[in-house]
Design a protein around this ligand. Sequence first.
Ligand code: AP5
Ligand code: MG
Ligand code: ZN
Length: 214
Amino acid sequence: MKIVMLGAPGAGKGTQAKKIAEKYQLPHISTGDIFRANIKNGTELGQKAKTYMDQGLLVPDELVVDLVVDRLKQEDCKNGYILDGFPRTIPQAEALDAALKAIDEKMDYAINVEVPDENIINRMSGRRACVSCGATYHLQFNPTKTEGVCDACGSELILRDDDKAETVKKRLDVYHDQTQPLIDYYKNAGILVDVDGTVDMNDVFNAIVQILGE
Ligand code: AP5
Ligand code: MG
Ligand code: ZN
């Protein structure tokens, strides 16, 4: 099963992708997590990506597409995967489709997690992220057992640099401008499903399981 997660920054793509990955035993591939790991490790890619991410802008397509296409060729992707944060632009979606078509495959679902802009800023300021394993928590809605420590791997949690209110507003603008058109793109491809992302995260997950099957 091959799944694309769509939705605004903070809609809960990462939260749901992680749950889907566990239940269906699929790799969770988050381009944002890949970039943050590269920034943490001080790679050249990380340095390049950071200049865009800190401004709330998208990293240029040419730095993203090959990275993902290569990742999808790895052994653990042979039964499918969940893409979280990719594609982000129409050219990225077209490049992905072309890469799949070349090996006679296609995407199965594009899950669009719907959350209005008004809810987003509040969510982001309370978010805490693990730089080691990519797990995401929320001070209020999804707290860890020990404050500041990842439940999954014991690493330290951070407030992401791009979660400041001003940067979140910019990311929302960029989302509406460059990423939202993907909703129609996948609707036209006949694989778009919408879920209400404003309800409790377990209820969002239940709605997704209804769609994907037990
Ligand atoms: P990325 O890391 O993908 O960030 P994003 O799309 O802005 O999305 P987020 O990770 O912020 O939100 P999310 O939807 O995963 O929400 P989460 O589950 O954490 O990208 C970062 C940057 O990298 C981009 O700005 C760009 O520069 C670059 N980049 C990445 N991919 C790229 C690409 N393909 N092309 C170009 N550039 C790229 O949830 C948010 C919070 O809400 C959490 O605290 C969570 O606990 C809480 N929450 C979740 N669900 C609920 C719920 N139902 N109720 C209450 N709280 C909830
Ligand atoms: Mg995320
Ligand atoms: Zn962790």
